[in-house]
Design a protein around this ligand. Structure first.
Ligand SMILES: Cc1ncc(COP(=O)(O)O)c(C=O)c1O
Length: 381
């Protein structure tokens, strides 16, 4: 199998991930932060260490400002529903995933005003198009760091500077960039950073998180047991307890910790360079495939390792089916949970065939994918 669906979830994971989970399962299976016995304390320590590693990766001063969630979707729901109130205005883009679009749709029915800035045909958002949408009641700007359809990288740092200067909360969806691109919450002036653990951070599914800048207060998505202040019916104010109720995914978080340590040891630059090399090879090869249409920037300095293509009017799922059944290549077709992005590209009906690469893909994988597309192109002619 050639796995080129890493934008959905990465596979395989670094070989350090499952031993860490196995160790946790076998030796640290207690409930962290609840009981005072040694195994519970050790489980709690594993969770704290993962927070520390993530804090190091994203340049976060206080690891306790990181909240663990099930995935990026839960983190974005907490950020958006916890922050925005009736009468608030929020600026977003036409390249967002449904994990932003759908919560905002719900909020728009609760009196939150939503402005979607239209991206260019490559999927880029222009800073001036965002700036021109500012209103008196604008509370926040929520934007993806990179499109999960075209890979287009957004001008996060510039937008962050502007948002901070205007007193807006800056919410960044790092689903396609965390673990590959440098993210510095201080430099980029990010107030709320949502990330999945299971994509390019190489942790297991069921992990993700939200960084909440000190001083930003959200309504929790849920209330419940935290193992702290148990006599009080009111949810504690302290972090992470305010937002982390119930038993956490200790085993998953142990795996995520091992994965983030692996990323820090390898270095972001090495990981990114490898993925850029693969993306470049793929983009160059696509130029020789008759009848293929490539969407997005087509420039590795401007896009994450995500490339969308189509053959004429052929349905994207048909092409994906052939890649899977005939060539044993896993990619993702359709709308990628980002209908606005596909409207922007003009592919809402057809969808696209999306290839997304990881640190564990090789040049041979890219060449096999190109050969398969070449053959599909001949068949479809
Ligand atoms: C840009 C973007 N945001 C958010 C998500 C949601 O991530 P998760 O599946 O971890 O909820 C995805 C997943 O594909 C994504 O690509």
């Amino acid at each position: 199998l050639i796995y080129l669906d890493n934008a959905a979830t990465s596979w395989p994971k670094p070989s350090v991930v499952w031993p860490a989970m196995d160790h946790c399962f076998h030796h640290l299976g207690a409930n962290p932060g609840r009981s005072g016995h040694q195994m519970a304390l050790d489980a709690g320590r594993i969770i704290y260490e993962t927070r520390e590693l993530l804090a190091k990766l994203f340049h976060i001063n206080n690891p306790l400002q990181i909240i663990f969630t099930l995935n990026a979707t839960e983190a974005l729901n907490l950020a958006l529903k916890g922050l925005l109130k009736p009468g608030d205005h929020v600026i977003t883009s036409s390249m967002e995933h449904n994990s932003v679009t759908r919560p905002l749709h719900v909020l728009s029915h609760r009196g939150v005003e939503v402005t979607k800035v239209k991206a260019s045909i490559e999927g880029f958002i222009k800073v001036e198009d965002v700036v021109s949408q500012l209103k008196e009641n604008t509370k926040a700007l929520v934007i993806t760091h990179a499109s999960n359809v075209t890979g287009a990288l957004m001008p996060i740092e510039e937008l962050g500077q502007w948002a901070r200067a205007k007193g807006l909360k800056f919410i960044v969806d790092a689903a396609q960039t965390a673990g590959v691109y440098e993210i510095d919450v201080e430099k980029m002036k990010i107030d709320l950073l949502a990330f999945p653990g299971h994509k390019s951070l190489y942790g297991p599914q069921g992990t993700g998180g939200l960084y909440i800048r000190e001083g930003v207060v959200l309504d929790p998505l849920k209330e419940g047991g935290t193992g702290s202040n148990s006599e009080d019916p009111v949810q504690p104010d302290v972090l992470p307890d305010r937002y982390e109720s119930g038993t956490p995914n200790t085993i998953g978080i142990a795996g995520l910790g091992a994965a983030v340590k692996y990323i820090l040891d390898e270095g972001l630059e090495k990981i990114r360079e490898h993925e850029e090399k693969l993306t470049k090879r793929f983009l160059q090869g696509l130029e020789f495939i008759p009848g293929i249409k490539v969407y997005g920037p087509r420039d590795v300095t401007k896009q994450a390792p995500v490339v969308s293509v189509n053959f004429g009017d052929h349905d994207s799922s048909e092409v994906g089916f052939i890649l899977d059944r005939v060539f044993n290549i896993a990619c993702r077709t359709g709308l990628h949970c980002a209908p606005d992005a596909h409207s922007t590209l003009g592919t809402l009906g057809q969808g696209t065939v999306r290839f997304s690469f990881s640190y564990f893909n090789t040049e041979q994988d890219i060449d096999k994918a190109l050969e398969s597309l070449q053959r599909i192109s001949q068949e479809l002619k």
